[in-house]
Design a protein around this ligand. Structure first.
Ligand SMILES: Cc1ncc(CN)c(N)n1
Length: 226
């Protein structure tokens, strides 16, 4: 079994838990609170902006023109293309997207997650450490979309079906690339290095779960600012 497949098998129980948690069940049942969606959008708009910048940090770590082009395309997608998925949620709650995200914030869980990626980008020269921390981002969303669309027969009136469709279609090429990088690394690195990379993937999958729960519970910092 290839390394990427082993990782994906390992995180399947975590993704099943994410699917069963209140946030995604709210999407499946087309019944999620406006406040939870707003919290998610405020956090995710910031997260995707930084996620795009983490891709930029990978450019000096790769060599071929093709890899550079791929990273540039992903910067474009994370910073602009994925707004399409956010727009579906803004339409669902009937509020203008830019208004919702204008006072976005780094809530504790989102903050922890993005720092996990930045740490790996700066602490390790090889791109695989960062890629392993980033790969659950598209992988978990595509898997959730597959689960939701396979397990439910959504009616044409289901308002959040489009959100699942967005992530079902858009992630394939990206996953082929990320898996390829991880598999190449796994063939040349030591056991100890592989353990760190594996852990990064697992930790980010847990971060994905925490991020949805952060939105559902409207998590915030517990201190007052003057
Ligand atoms: C936190 C998070 N993780 C993943 C995705 C899907 N790219 C996202 N928009 N936000």
């Amino acid at each position: 079994m290839r390394f990427s497949e082993r990782l994906q098998q390992q995180v399947e129980p975590i993704i099943e838990r994410i699917y069963q948690d209140e946030f995604i069940q709210g999407f499946v049942n087309d019944d999620i609170s406006t406040e939870a969606i707003k919290h998610y959008l405020k956090a995710d708009a910031r997260y995707l902006n930084e996620f795009a910048k983490v891709y930029a940090l990978l450019i000096p770590k790769v060599n071929s023109k093709e890899e550079i082009k791929f990273l540039v395309e992903q910067i474009e997608f994370a910073s602009s293309g994925e707004v399409g998925a956010h727009q579906i949620l803004a339409d669902y709650i009937g509020e203008p997207y830019l208004e919702v995200i204008k006072d976005g914030a780094w809530y504790p869980t989102a903050d922890h997650y993005i720092k996990h990626m930045y740490y790996n980008a700066y602490a390790h020269e090889h791109a695989a450490y960062t890629i392993a921390a980033m790969a659950p981002c598209p992988y978990v969303y595509r898997r959730l979309a597959q689960m939701a669309l396979e397990r439910n027969n959504f009616s044409d009136n289901h308002k959040l079906k489009e959100w699942f469709n967005f992530y079902l279609k858009g992630m394939d090429e990206l996953m082929v690339y990320l898996d390829g990088w991880l598999n190449d690394f796994s063939e040349s690195c030591s056991e100890a290095e592989l353990k760190v990379v594996e852990r990064n993937f697992l930790e980010s999958t847990v971060h994905e779960r925490n991020f949805f729960n952060m939105a559902f519970t409207k998590q915030d910092w517990e201190f007052e600012v003057e």
